[in-house]
Design a binder for this molecule. Structure first.
Ligand code: HEC
Length: 452
């Protein structure tokens, strides 16, 4: 039976691996239900392409990216303006959202990122000691993203919520499983071994340069089976700032599955203007945001995307300078072209060296996602008091709208490593906060997913 839904990847809410309970259904009005357990077993994780939309290779050589970072310059809002960095961010978005020849049901083609492995699949393969390629695909239930549930419950106020999981490209997923990176015991052993040497230096994991890590975020308010619309929160810029530093979304749009109801002046948008997925209950989940990082360079590349009311002149933390550089492959995709991007490949400007730099007297460079970091309050960054023992800490940066992906992810370490910081320069020096810790190569997911 032909299905028209642009079902992007299948979320099996309440999926039990043992009961074959996972089904998908077609678009409203054309509903069909089908057991996907067998079909999903055959979905192949499609790697990044070797050539990106601009013609640059993937991974782009470290030296090329470091050359761009040296030219990094911020605008008045302390947002990146370097065209090479911005184009690279769009190159990655184009590759992630490109339709592949894979599908769960034989009809609806999946976007590249949808074919990738999620936390649960990587955890299950690690526990089973089985290479991922031999595991049956088990599409995941989105759970509350950890950094939201722990640090920003504000986002769930006003009746709105968000759901999320992490995803890894096939090379990163396979590397994590092969090297037992989710096994606490294995990491503790290598930390102990390295720490026992006379001059141990920084102890860190090294993921492959092809690694790509994602955090897709969906509106927790879905369009349930039988309904035709839902209201979701949208970003109108970084104000008003609450007394504790957090910024919440104050505006909404309606998403409809009836094309006849579309009315942009009344903020009613068609479902195909959003990347969206259907779950086994027939509910449509709308992709509101996605965090993206790649291991092409030693401190990774960092870019984040969110659905925008004005994709051609998006609000802070994006800009027209950023949106103007979208390539045609994105502009020709009605859903992918609606997402705004924030991007930062350095912690401060001018960019500082790996070890021994300082943020003192440098410009900030911000990159955050309205749906994830914006609600973070001053209290989220209490660790900065400890950090100040080791390095200069910029006192202006202590809330979600003053964060930088790299600063916070650079803290990721076991056991019980350093904690959340806003936009600050951090030296990867051994004789400081990282002593006695194993750095997880900027991956918070590896810290969160440790199997005791
Ligand atoms: C204040 C700390 C903090 C900031 C700032 C931050 N993140 Fe994260 N991020 C986390 C934590 C913690 C997790 C793990 C959450 C989980 O497992 O649910 C995470 C998860 C992720 C993941 C998925 C897996 C991983 O750990 O790599 C990606 C990709 C990611 N973040 C990218 C970004 C990008 C891009 C930005 C900036 C726009 C950003 N993050 C800003 C703390 C932060």
């Amino acid at each position: 039976m032909k299905k028209t839904i642009q079902s992007l990847f299948v979320l099996c809410l309440g999926l039990s691996v043992l009961t074959n309970a996972c089904k998908i259904s077609g678009k409203k009005g054309n509903a069909v239900e089908e057991n996907i357990t067998e079909a999903s077993g055959s979905v192949k994780a499609i790697p990044m392409p070797n050539t990106l939309a601009s013609g640059n290779s993937f991974p782009t050589p470290e030296a090329t990216i470091q050359g761009w970072i040296k030219q990094s310059k911020v605008d008045n809002n302390e947002l990146e303006t370097n065209p090479n960095i911005i184009k690279h961010g769009w190159d990655i978005w184009a590759a992630l959202t490109e339709l592949t020849d894979q599908s769960y049901d034989g009809n609806n083609r999946l976007r590249r990122f949808e074919t990738w492995y999620d936390d649960k699949e990587v955890t299950n393969a690690t526990k089973a000691g089985t290479p991922l390629v031999n595991m049956k695909r088990t599409p995941s239930t989105p759970a509350m993203p950890r950094q939201i549930s722990i640090h920003a419950p504000e986002i769930a106020r006003n009746g709105f919520s968000a759901t999320s999981f992490n995803k890894f490209d096939p090379s990163m997923a396979a590397y994590i499983v092969q090297n037992n990176l989710l096994k606490s015991a294995a990491l503790n052993d290598s930390l102990a071994l390295q720490s026992s040497k006379p001059n141990p230096g920084i102890v860190t994991l090294h993921l492959p340069t092809s690694a790509v890590s994602l955090k897709p975020v969906f509106s927790g308010n879905t369009i349930p089976e039988g309904a035709t619309s839902v209201r979701i929160p949208v970003w109108t810029g970084p104000s008003p700032v609450g007394p504790k530093g957090g910024v919440n979304m104050t505006d909404t749009v309606t998403v409809t599955t009836n094309q006849a109801d579309v009315n942009h002046s009344n903020k009613i948008y068609y479902i195909d203007d959003f990347i969206h997925v259907l779950d086994d209950q027939g509910a449509i989940h709308i992709l509101t945001a996605m965090h993206v990082s790649t291991r092409e360079t030693f401190r990774w590349t960092w870019q984040t995307f969110w659905w925008s009311l004005n994709p051609n002149s998006p609000q802070i933390p994006s800009s027209s300078g950023i949106s103007n550089l979208r390539p045609n492959v994105i502009l020709n995709d009605p859903a992918a072209s609606r997402y705004a991007m924030a991007i930062a490949y350095n912690m401060v400007v001018p960019a500082q060296p790996k070890v021994g730099g300082s943020g003192e007297g440098q410009s900030s460079i911000y990159a955050y996602n309205p749906y994830l970091e914006a609600p973070f309050q001053h209290s989220t960054f209490s660790y900065q008091t400890t950090l100040a023992k080791y390095t200069y800490v910029n006192p202006n940066n202590d809330s979600g709208i003053h964060t930088n992906c790299m600063s916070c992810h650079g803290q990721a370490s076991v056991p019980n490593g350093p904690a959340y910081i806003a936009d600050q320069y951090v030296s990867r020096a051994y004789d400081g906060q990282f002593k006695g810790h194993l750095l997880t190569d900027f991956s918070w997911a590896i810290v969160q997913l440790q199997i005791k």
